[in-house]
Ligand binder design. Structure first.
Ligand code: GLC
Length: 648
């Protein structure tokens, strides 16, 4: 909307910044004007009551201009290429891997020499787990950042990171880094100054002289790590104050009611953008706004802030997409894509955490009904946004889907979750899985699950028992899980090590900075001698690696796998089989997954419910054609088999 005062002011600022609005900077100017009213409204929605909101808003406008001026020419060029493609990140051509630099290969420099490994696998998008400075020892895997702009010595230097980014860019690869928005380490300069009594920096955090307000907050705030970090506040004896620490006691929550905090963090965001980040992973966005009497998660103001960030990035660095790491209830996850006027104008990506957990549900129960009951919710995702799809990541598996979904499938939610937790923590008489319970909350009986993809799929136990049949079944489960997440729509994100079947790594137990957090069991240290097995016929590593490789290359060949709101679930003719149809223009791909350890039978009628009846189907996985039979005949799907059937 036209806003004379606002637009005149922007013109003035751009003019003084030597921006050539009619010439080479015209697209920037156009983006600015197009987004200015929204930025103004969102900013004032949050900070309007601040007596200095006007000055802060001016600072915001200058920051955007400065960031644009500082954006390197090659990134501006890349922005344009991405814009010309439309929603570049919806394509079927992107496959990611998430990794800890040190545990994967020691350093950023070494990582550069691993680019061929990624190429061989087919991965063209890397998520580097936090590489910015964080304290040694307890750092929550780098999610306690003490300097947002300094690469931690453990990984290398900023120049190493720059060189990696440039090499990746030349190779046509994409990079994802984190912005840890919700908190800093207690070693961050701001926290240190606050500790030293500096009032300005004390206002960057939530801190209280006594327990009155902390107690009130605690009444309605859930605990994130009830075992290792109970409560939401930590006493700091230097300041004699209680500091809000929702995650660990060494992660201090930033106070976004203070516009200075917002501007500082936006500056960091744009710094990452100008460094060349393609997708920015916004860590824990659900937590960034706190309000007494609420759970302090998913609050409307958190969404306002994310929308504001999105519009600002759109102006200054339009090629950088945003991933909101909101691991929350299905209905809440959806809101991170934006709602109402801001539909598809908040985060470009979210993790499909619901579906990830539902895959584990289906694998344990051999029953796809809970998965199906959740789909009407998951399919609400707006066009133009996408999922990160995955089976495992560095975090635990939370069974956070809704009770009604479990009930709809005919199960008792409490018993059902108990079964899943016992199954994956290895406490069930008949389970192949070897994992552990994470963050057990004795007050609520809640718990999440730790364990690597391979161990949860039975590989660790099978290898231990030297049982070839069990090894074969474990590998089938692993590939089934990966295939399902690769084809469901979104950008698949492999967790490092899973491509070579890494089982749990228990070495974390000997490290006092990690032993309290069993998520480290599924964050392996890569042994490159073992990885050499990916080239040795019939090794476990080779079987898993080559299957993963094949899945990625198939994805790349089939346009219908791109995320264009082009997924339809098939009627569940058999509860053990998950089936969905992916379409793109004339292309139709039926993806079928048998979650049962025995053959499953699917009536051929299942293929005749979506427009013209197909006669011949080509299975991309087995590279073979099959004829669609009569309705009273069946397609037989082997134990844990999947099919990728394109209509011919
Ligand atoms: C995110 C990260 C998790 C971390 C938390 C706090 O959820 O994925 O590993 O513990 O944020 O930063």
């Amino acid at each position: 909307m036209y806003n004379r005062v606002l637009h005149t002011r922007i013109n003035e600022i751009l003019h003084s910044g030597q921006i050539d609005i009619a010439g080479e900077d015209n697209m920037f100017f156009t983006r600015f004007i197009a987004n200015a009213t929204a930025i103004d409204a969102l900013f004032h929605d949050i900070y309007g009551s601040n007596p200095e909101s006007h000055e802060y808003f001016e600072k915001l406008i200058s920051l955007l201009t400065r960031s644009y001026i500082g954006r390197p020419a090659e990134l501006r060029q890349r922005d344009e290429e991405k814009e010309m493609k439309g929603n570049w990140f919806l394509s079927n051509e992107i496959t990611g891997m998430s990794l800890y630099v040190d545990r994967f290969c020691g350093s950023i420099k070494n990582l550069q020499s691993k680019l061929d490994y990624f190429k061989k696998l087919g991965v063209n998008f890397l998520h580097l787990m936090p590489v910015f400075e964080s304290p040694e020892g307890e750092s929550d895997g780098g999610y306690a950042v003490s300097d947002f702009r300094k690469v931690d010595r453990r990984f290398g230097t900023f120049n190493d990171l720059r060189s990696l980014q440039q090499h990746m860019q030349q190779e046509g690869m994409y990079l994802m880094l984190d912005i840890v928005l919700n908190h800093t380490s207690h070693h961050h300069e701001w926290a240190q100054k606050a500790k030293g009594g500096d009032k300005k920096y004390q206002r960057y955090f939530y801190m209280y002289d006594d327990r009155r307000l902390p107690d009130e907050y605690d009444r309605t705030m859930p605990e994130i790590f009830p075992e290792s970090s109970p409560g939401n506040f930590t006493y700091d004896p230097e300041m004699k104050k209680w500091v809000m620490t929702v995650f660990h006691r060494y992660q201090w929550d930033l106070n976004y009611t203070n516009p200075e905090v917002f501007l500082e963090m936006l500056d960091n965001i744009l710094f990452y953008a100008n460094f060349g980040v393609d997708i920015l992973r916004i860590d824990a966005p659900a937590f960034i706004w706190k309000q007494l009497g609420t759970p302090c998660q998913n609050l409307p103001q958190a969404h306002t802030l994310l929308r504001l960030i999105k519009q600002c990035v759109q102006v200054a660095a339009p090629g950088m997409a945003l991933l909101g790491e909101a691991i929350v209830a299905p209905k809440e996850i959806m809101k991170y894509f934006g709602t109402g006027l801001y539909t598809a104008k908040e985060c470009d990506f979210a993790y499909n955490a619901t579906h990830m957990a539902l895959q584990w549900d289906a694998l344990a129960t051999a029953d796809t009904r809970v998965m199906l009951a959740a789909q009407h919710e998951i399919l609400q995702k707006p066009y133009g946004t996408s999922w990160i799809t995955y089976t495992r990541c560095h975090d635990d598996i939370g069974l956070g889907y809704d009770d009604y979904m479990i009930k709809q499938a005919g199960f008792n939610p409490f018993e059902h979750r108990r079964f899943l937790k016992e199954y994956y923590s290895g406490n069930h008489s008949n389970t192949p899985a070897k994992g552990a319970l994470f963050s057990v909350n004795p007050k609520t009986n809640d718990a999440r699950i730790s364990g690597s993809l391979a161990s949860l799929c039975g590989l660790e136990k099978a290898i231990g028992a030297k049982d070839e049949v069990a090894i074969d079944y474990a590998i089938r489960r692993i590939i089934l899980m990966q295939a399902h997440s690769f084809f469901i729509g979104g950008v698949p994100m492999i967790f490092y090590g899973d491509e070579a079947g890494y089982t749990n790594d228990y070495s974390y137990l000997n490290d006092p900075g990690k032993s309290y957090d069993n998520r480290w069991m599924h964050r392996p240290v890569i042994d490159w001698k073992k990885n050499a097995n990916i080239d040795r016929e019939d090794t476990v590593e080779q079987r898993i690696f080559s299957a993963t490789q094949k899945l990625i290359s198939l994805r790349r060949k089939i346009f219908a796998v791109g995320d264009y709101k082009n997924l339809t679930w098939m009627t569940p003719h058999n509860i053990h089989v998950a089936g969905y149809l992916r379409t793109f223009e004339e292309q139709k791909l039926y993806c079928l997954f048998n979650f049962l350890d025995k053959p499953s039978y699917l009536t051929w009628h299942a293929f005749k419910e979506h427009g013209a009846e197909p006669r011949i189907l080509f299975d991309h996985w087995q590279q073979k054609e099959m004829h669609v039979g009569y309705d009273h005949e069946y397609l037989v799907i082997e134990p844990y088999q999947f099919l990728l059937l394109e209509v011919k």
